[in-house]
Design a protein around this ligand. Sequence first.
Ligand SMILES: [Zn+2]
Length: 245
Amino acid sequence: MTAPLTLDAAGRGILAELAGVDERTRLLTARLQALPETAEVERLEAADEERQRLARRARGDERGRSATLWRLTRDAANMRARRRRDIEGLRANPDTERRRDLRHDLAVAERRLAELTDEIAREQRTLEAFGASDGPGHEGPVEDPALVQARAEQQAVVRDLTGQITDLEHRSRELREALPPQILALYRDGERDHGVGAAPLLGSSCGACFIDLDAVTLRRFAAAPADEVLTCPECGVLLLRDTAR
Ligand SMILES: [Zn+2]
C-alpha cells in the first residue's frame, strides 16, 4: 500500500478555497443559463413575432377586402348600365313580348343592384372597422418598447454575471497553480467524472456522490491525521474536512 497523500494547512486552505470558487462559478453559470431576464426576453420576442404575424395577415385581409370592394363596385356599375339599357328599351319598344322580357330583365337588374349596394355598404363598414388602408407607415416592424427594455435588463445581468465568472475563473487558475500536481490531478479527475473537484464530507455521506460511507471508513477518516488527503472510497473525489479551516 502506497503512503497516503498529504497536504499541509496552507494547501488545505487553497483546496478549500478552490472548491468554493469553482462551486460559485458553477452556480453563477447555471444562473446565467436560466435567467428569468432571458425568459422574459424570449416571451416578449414570441409575443412580438405573433403581433407582427397578425399585422401581416390583417394587411393581407385588407388587400383582399379592397379587391372585393373594387369588384362589387364594378358589378354595380355594370348592373346600372344594364338597368339603363332596359329602361331605354322599354321607352323605345312598342312590342308587347319584347317589353315583357325587358321588364323582367329590369326587375332582375334592380334586385341585383340592391344586393350589390348592400354588399358594398357592408364591405365599407368592415374596412372602416379595421382602420382602413391608411397607406404606408404600417409596413416597417415596430419594436416593442417592453422588449427593448427587457433586452437592456438582460444584457446588464449577463454582463454582471459574466464579469463575476471571469474573476472567479481567474482566481481558480491561480489556486490551481498553487496546488501540488498530484492533488490537482485528483481534483481534475473529480471534475471530469463527477462535476466537482472536491466535496465536503456531509455527516456520513460524500458531498459528491452522496453515498453513505460505511462505519469502518468513517472511523478511519476520524482517526486520520489532519494533513492526510482523504478521497471518497465510492467515487474517488477529494473530500474536504472541517479541519481544513
Ligand atoms: Zn463520493
